[in-house]
Write a protein that binds this ligand. Sequence first.
Ligand SMILES: [Fe+2]
Length: 308
Amino acid sequence: VRLIVRDLGASRAFYEGVIGLIVEDADEDHVWLRGLEERQHHSLVLERGEAPCCASIGFRVFGEEDIERAIHWAKTLGLQHSLVQRRYQGRTLFVVDPTGNRLELVSGMEKRDRLLQQYGLYRGVHPQRLDHVNLFAPEVQASLDLYASLGFRLTEYAEEDGPNGRIAAGWMHRKGNVHDIAFTNGTGPRLHHFCYWAPTAMNIIHLCDVMATTGYLTNMERGPGRHGISNAFFLYVRDPDGHRLEIYASDYQTMDPDHEPIRWSLRDPRRQTLWGASAPKSWFEEGSAFLETSQRPASFKADVIVAS
Ligand SMILES: [Fe+2]
């Protein structure tokens, strides 16, 4: 995930000092960070800029031949694309997907020392790895169809009730847990949030205690709680520019191809939070714009439960 941030020092203090990500490299205009389990150079890049936004979301592909296949795909569909130079990364293709999301497909990355058992380095919420991104999509069904064609598999979805119910959100995976990417009905394309995986719910509760007493009280937006969808224990926080970060623990495995996607009614109060607490209005409306990307309103208004 590449984010444009206004105050690099404030953002670094947040992601390194509060959340506990490892700063692998930094220069005057960038900070490269990774989780404790990650052996590649970075999973999050902060870049100094005047207007906070998301420059791109990234996916690792297996190798350079996949980059060639992706170029062929982009040319066939007439998508904006270019090979880009990114420090510490192998061959990287920037491409705007047919729904407007800015993607980077990365064929490899420099490796760094294994930190998983360097317990003296553990800080904050003990973030282990980037788990997923969630995107606002004006046409969720079209986004699900597109990513299904790229090899992502649906695990759960939220739908209107009735015979012609429209899907308002969907969760799709490649790696065998609930999701690598999710789509939420709303003005888009925009980044709704990105998420790091934490070892236990207690790490998340401790983060709440730390944030509440170190000047970050108002950065906590939603939670902690347990999602109905995904079964994960979660907390949503906002960084100094308002970019939304989720911390997430204890979802489940989805490798079995016989698993059928789980349907949730939009009106089921356990969908958002299993214990019934609903999400605030900001959660449904606010997100990070993509760099130089025009937005479209949602094709329909989803009848979701909003906290009053
Ligand atoms: Fe999430």
